[in-house]
Design a binder for this molecule. Sequence first.
Ligand code: GAR
Length: 211
Amino acid sequence: MKRIVILISGRGSNMQAILEAKLPVQVAAVIANKEDAGGLQTAASLGIATAVLSHKGYPSREAFDADLARLIDSYQPDLVVLAGFMRILSEGFVRHYENRMINIHPSLLPAFTGLSTHARAIQEGVKVHGCSVHFVTPELDHGPIICQAVVPVLDDDTEDTLSKRVLVCEHQIYPQAVRWFAEGRLSVEGNRVRVANHADIQAHSLIVPRD
Ligand code: GAR
């Protein structure tokens, strides 16, 4: 069975969705860079090993990332799962986990990389928004996209209501993507990811708003 390590910085709701999905993986550990990350307690209560490595006090990003990689590798994961791990990663760290580290981002990449994605989507007036699971490459919030989920942006949406609608989708697509990896169904060809044996895609459009 494939082993995964999950990295978090905060509440860990995506981590929880993965842990509760009963996937054919062994979750070797949940690691946080903040000792008050709420997800640590959730993981511990579900019987998962936890560890904290604070980035504070490190002289450089590279020095922290080197120690983080050592900690991750001590659990011998096949896949590193970033679940709200709010750190910019050094190139060496990313290359070390090439094709074996994935991330979830709350936007339809490559739109709205970075922070405050929901507020910026509302500000820009887009009519659809969503979330993306992707392999991690050195460029922030880029990398081959495994799957995306789309939600409408409603006239009275606030950052809060829109983020909640997207989060429901995050909790659906992230466990699914981890399972695909575990089942060996993902292949990366350049910037495109193919998913073997996925369900038929209903090729109808989401038009927002409709007449
Ligand atoms: C999620 O919305 C995730 O997509 C986002 O942080 C949140 C973490 O929530 N990640 C990023 O913005 C990464 N660039 P969670 O801790 O409840 O999973």
